[in-house]
Design a protein around this ligand. Sequence first.
Ligand code: ADP
Length: 465
Amino acid sequence: MRLSSQYRLTLIFTGVMAVLLFSVNIIMYNLSSGFRKQNFLKSLEDRAAIIAVAHQNENFEEILQELSTKHVHRITEAEDFVVEMEEGGQLDKTKINLPLSDEFFNQLFLNGSAGEIIKNKSFAGVKFKDKNTGQDFVIFSAAEDITGNTYRKKLRTSLAAAFVLAVLTMIITSIIFSRRLFDPVLRLIQSVNSINAFNLGTRLEKGDFTNEISELKDTFNEMLSRIDEAFKTQQKFIGNTTHSLRTPLTIIMGEVEIALGKLDKKHELYEPLESINQEAEKLNHIVNTLLEVARSGTGKQKREWGKVRIDELVKSIYESVIRMDRSFKVKIGSNSKAIKNQFFIVNGNESLLNLALTNIVLNGIKYSDQKKVKIKFGKKTNKIFIRIIDNGIGIPKDDIPNIFLPYYRAKNTYTYEGFGIGLPLTMDIINMHGGAIYVMSKPNFGSIFTVELPLAVSNKTTFGS
Ligand code: ADP
């Protein structure tokens, strides 16, 4: 948007103004140069007329000599010729070694005087009759307008410099003005982009907007309010429904657990009951996720906050994931040995952290077609990291920045079930805990999700102590 509109506006404005300015400069130059040339030609004709009068004088040669050394009408280095006309008023053009056109001679015979400019040289001719002898003569004067040429050169340089300066000024001012014009719009776009299903309560702030943009902002805020209202109603419904599902689900899971505990593994009902247990566990995860999504839309709620032991959290995630399907290959990382004598504590809500990390682990299993997923954890200065590694389909580079956006799914996941709400919820929960998530992924190679959380206490204590 910035590139296309802002720079297009700058380009169009500068382009139009540059063409206009260039045309004005050309017109000004031609007018001034033409006026100067005509002036010089007139002066040259005057000079020829003076010579014609002087020709009647006995001291003509001296006068001519003096004239050629003096600047008449700012004319320097002029050449003057007196050519005698033949009988019948004809002129032998071969005697005149000047590149003059026929039009010049026509004008000369018709008006008695003529002028012509060829390249940079001006030519003037004046016809006259010697009073004493009655002989017809023509005086030709030829000169170059040296001061005029210098003037034209200076004019060209000044106009070119003024043009370049004006274009530069126009580019700079149009960039500044288009920025002023577009920056509020860009800020508005940024604010709009930051609004998603998890923060629909956000409204666009007042800014130094023009009337139209301010109206657009108000309209957008009104629309947001309507969407927010509709979304809240929907979430309330999801929240209530999932909440009602939770109690029977907990009862089913509890009862099945009791039944499984009482049955021998070889019993014919053991397998179906275990299958019920697995499905109930999966359902429980889905219900919890939905419940949290519904809650996150209804403003920040008070959560039970406490100390959470990461090793225990990872273990319980491992156990619940395995309970969902015994065929899942989840492994708690080998470096757990290195931290055997330590445990790490973070401040937070255990069930939320469990939900967030389980989402990542289940994604690892799903997108690697149930190949092995490793969970590693450890300490990094004053943070604890939990790393979930899979060798699955990976995430295309372009999709990585978007996978935490609600309902976003990467291009390569169309054959996999999913809705794109797990990772945004995970991100929301991790942010709530002051942590961060980093993703490294290569298509067809695998993904590494690293969750970092601020460490509350780090004790060198044996497990269970
Ligand atoms: P979904 O229900 O689609 O899995 P999520 O919000 O959990 O939704 O994930 C969002 C998207 O991120 C997925 O659709 C997928 O494209 C990508 N993704 C997440 N984890 C992985 C992974 N381990 N491997 C490959 N892609 C992943």
